[in-house]
Design a protein around this ligand. Sequence first.
Ligand code: AMP
Ligand code: AMP
Length: 361
Amino acid sequence: MIPKTEINTILGEYDHGKITVGTLGSHSALNIFKGAKEEGFGTVCVCKKENEIMYKRFPVADQIIPIKEYTDLLHEDIQRKLKQANTILVPHGSFNAYVGTEEMIDQLHVPLFGNRELLHWETGRDKQREWLRRAGLKLPKIFSDPEDIGGLVIAKFPGAMGGKGYFLVESPEVFHKKAEDMVKRGHITKENLENIHFQEYIIGVNVYPLYFYSPLTHEVELLGMDRRYESTVDSIGKIPASEQLAINVNPTYTVVGNFPIVARESLLPELFRMGENVVEVSKKIAPPGIIGPFCLETVITDDMKIYTFEISARIVAGSNVGIGTSPYAYLKYGEGMYMGRRIAREIKNAIANNELEKVVY
Ligand code: AMP
Ligand code: AMP
């Protein structure tokens, strides 16, 4: 991991009056850039040439650094350009998915908003589970041997694949058949199968609370809530059961978009407690703990039990439903607050208090 002292030295060389906010052009970049601009920052978009059009048509990127592959972000000349622009990078799901956590932590010498070390805790399945368990959250049972399948489970793979390739099975026999079919159809690779794990499938509705923790104010904020729109699982209900059986559908979970949610108000105290517990434990496992956005992926059952099946310790794309505003951000801030802007506001406050080192790693 790049030592914090090195990041502090780079920050020391930055012109704090000319800090820019940068990120990879994908995932939640529009959200991050718009928020940065609304807080008065210049923005730098590192993006694939073919995607430039979007960051120009939505006028959010002041500077565009074109790249061929996402991993080019690690190239020395790209990193030099970012440092010359006094850039603080805001990591999102594409950093995990396309650059790689190890690479980011060890090779990206540009200051990052957030806690580098926690990214390990997010992407390591066992570490993530330990974190959530220590926070006292209710978790679905998990295991990795297909022979232990007895009851409905969801088969998953590590990394931020956005639900791609997940499938449901209820017995070892069905698993072997479906796994082969998924590989044949190109949804997953043989290598994915080696890293597979199974989670007890919780029947309930998905709710993803979108949190922000400020190490400056020491408060956990709830800024939004969403659920995903997933192909094909969200379309299966449109097909009558007889046709489902006839065509032998195998639901998949590729995320295509998100819907905003407002939860029953009586669920909110527990959601706040869960967020606070997760932050408290993060301070112990990877000091100074969570900085900025995080999201719990939950399923809520008909007896109002909240199960958590994942955590993202960074901005999630679901927060894009709040660009502009959301009911929860409105309750806290009034109009015009959302995750991208909240991140920029934190950087701005940190600069004003001379505390940038507290939010950048
Ligand atoms: P993309 O740039 O759209 O390919 O997304 C980068 C990574 O983030 C991929 O692993 C996606 O699956 C994931 N991702 C993108 N958008 C969403 C979303 N709305 N919800 C959850 N995951 C997402
Ligand atoms: P993930 O990529 O882990 O966020 O999961 C993708 C989708 O799979 C979620 O949006 C849920 O619809 C579903 N899902 C994941 N894990 C579970 C679980 N343990 N029980 C029920 N549904 C799940």
